[in-house]
Design a protein around this ligand. Sequence first.
Ligand code: C2E
Ligand code: MG
Ligand code: MG
Length: 450
Amino acid sequence: MNVAQRLLHLASSRTIGTRHSTKKVTRSHLLTLINKAVKRHSRAMRDAQIQTILILDIDRFGHINFSLGYASGDHLLAEVARRLHTVPNCSLAVRSGDDEFALVIYALHQEQLSQSIQRVQQLFDQSFIIQEHECYINVSMGMSAVELMPATVEQALKQADQALQAAKQTGKNKLVTYHPVLSPQPASSVEMETELRKAILENQLILYYQPRLELSTGKIICLEALVRWNHPKLGMIPPNEFIPLAEESGLILPLGEWVLREACLQKVRWLEAGILDYQVAVNVSPCQFQDENFSDKAIHIIEQTGINPAYLEFEITESSIMQNMENTIAVLEKLCKKGISISIDDFGIGYSSLNYLKHFPIHCLKIDRSFVKNIHSNKDDLAITNAIIHLGHALNVQVVAEGVEELSQLEILRETTCTTIQGYLLSPPVSVYEIEQSFHQYDNRPVMIS
Ligand code: C2E
Ligand code: MG
Ligand code: MG
């Protein structure tokens, strides 16, 4: 341990006394605590310092309180506080709201920061035993920008708050790092709209592809197109950080059209090159799906690009199709008649009636990855996954398990007779170049996963 590291160690150990506490701090007290922690480490580290504020919010905490009782809720908070205490390079961890914790994490370099953040995420991979009940919890997290270095701690805290809101609004159970496009001020919305519009016109958007594997044959059967924004100054921005804002501003319509056109053109290029003979899946946002011209625009793009619609799948969410049932039936029937397949994305988290499955021409259910995540250790998640798979078999549709990261999950999915998988175990979403390099060799041959 060098002098700077020892100083850091000493500085952080001073906050230990308060770290276990689940006493909620007020906003102004929180700012004072963060200021103190940041100043201590700024002095101790001098060079190459990174400090970030991470706000962590327990997903569905109200539900835990309601179903297990408030005493259990308190126990859970205490256990979360205890686990957060073990995060390396964390100079402060306090409860900043009912189910919210604020952390200050320091690092000498980006990699060290990533390790600490990863540790925070791993804390929630293990179950919590709360008064004899075993439960898993998910958390949403927002982190202040690291590269942009806000002028004040107050500004950094605001950034972390905005990032947390973005995480919660885009499906929860995720970490979002602050990015200027998250800023809700009208000025920056306008700015963002201009930037996104430019991004669409100037080809700053880019599609990555993630393969879907059929378990019975070991063959890839589909590539899901996932959009990224390759910003000239800010680098690659993930979709969760700009799709919600595109939806709010209405820009999702031109963006969605760009994605569909690009995915169709790419498929045609692959066909012409005689490689990667798989279906291509395109995500359709609820706003796009509700647009009265959606099916006409989609069919127009298909005709313009010359793609055979049998190669195309639209991934839509339950919330999309539940909004206007009559319209949904008409649109889906029109698309199906054209030969396009339809899958229900993030299936199982929509809280909707399953009745719609009888009425709609659906080809595939994609089990949300929150169920797959703990399938090897949580019997409830396994039971839900099993039920969706049986439902899929009974309806004669394909079932995809999303987010398969480990062999242990794959082994269980094989036993459950799941038909297809997608996830980091096989491949994360990758660029066109990488997908051609990695998967061309498997054209029509089984992929070996080990
Ligand atoms: P989605 O459609 O459910 O896509 C799957 C997301 O899960 C992708 O995130 C993918 O990178 C991630 N993922 C895949 N396998 C794993 C895994 O094993 N572990 C973990 N932890 N994650 C995994 P990505 O690319 O960041 O996209 C996030 C969401 O953004 C998508 O969720 C989709 O809802 C939306 N999105 C992406 N591209 C588009 C688009 O072109 N149009 C629209 N409307 N939405 C899009
Ligand atoms: Mg999808
Ligand atoms: Mg999904």
